[in-house]
Design a protein around this ligand. Structure first.
Ligand SMILES: Cc1cc2nc3c(=O)[nH]c(=O)nc-3n(C[C@H](O)[C@H](O)[C@H](O)COP(=O)(O)O)c2cc1C
Length: 185
């Protein structure tokens, strides 16, 4: 698969890092793009910096010279993780002023997987209306809401309950978090 991981300026940069750590560049073509504000949150939350898998390609935000800027060469899947309410709203309304937004626009129009991972809480009516628009347009909204039924012991285990669900929706086999009832089978 060709996968674009887009990182925006919401809290939860570690979700993006843990997803990148688990995407195998030998199996998938991995592209990465960061919003301007992602840099600020990364500096706050991942002071050691973002680690890219060897072979992953980082793209500048302002250049449209990326394959996924065109419907003629779309990604198979795009994940915006974490996804700000600002970026979510811009995607919902078809704004495509940079390559991250354009890639999401392309994903929707080409009927490719677009997985948005917002963290925001609580939600306003504006957010909910944007969620509705995006769901109607075919996006998957996968909020960073961890589960606790398998009693995770570390922050990483908590986060992997979300990252595992993202990988499920990408269609990539993973055992990041125990599945309900699987121990009993
Ligand atoms: C440390 C930090 C955490 C933030 N967390 C969130 C968040 O969880 N959700 C959100 O929508 N915005 C959050 N913001 C605000 C966004 O970064 C801001 O609205 C920015 O304009 C979003 O731009 P982008 O969508 O291009 O990344 C945060 C900002 C900072 C500095």
């Amino acid at each position: 698969m060709k996968i674009l991981v887009a990182i925006t300026g919401a809290s939860g940069a570690l979700y993006a890092q843990r997803l990148l750590d688990r995407l195998d560049p030998h199996e998938h073509e991995i592209h990465v793009v960061l919003s301007h504000y992602a840099q600020a949150v990364l500096a706050q939350e991942l002071p050691e910096g973002l680690r890219l898998p060897v072979g992953a390609r980082m793209h500048g935000l302002q250049s449209m010279n990326a394959p996924f800027a065109s419907g003629s060469n779309p990604m198979d899947a795009m994940v915006v993780i974490p996804c700000t309410m600002g970026t979510l709203g811009r995607i919902a309304h078809g704004l495509s002023g940079d390559v991250l937004l354009r890639a999401a626009d392309v994903a929707l129009k080409e009927r490719k997987k677009l997985i948005l991972v917002p963290r925001e809480t609580p939600l306003s009516l504006v957010h909910v209306r944007n969620y509705e628009l995006l769901l109607l347009a075919g996006a998957t909204i996968l909020p960073a809401n961890p589960s606790f039924y398998h009693r995770p012991a570390t922050v990483e285990q908590v986060m992997d309950t979300v990252v595992g669900r993202v990988m499920d929706h990408l269609g990539i086999a993973n055992n990041l978090a125990p599945r309900w009832q699987e121990e009993k089978e």
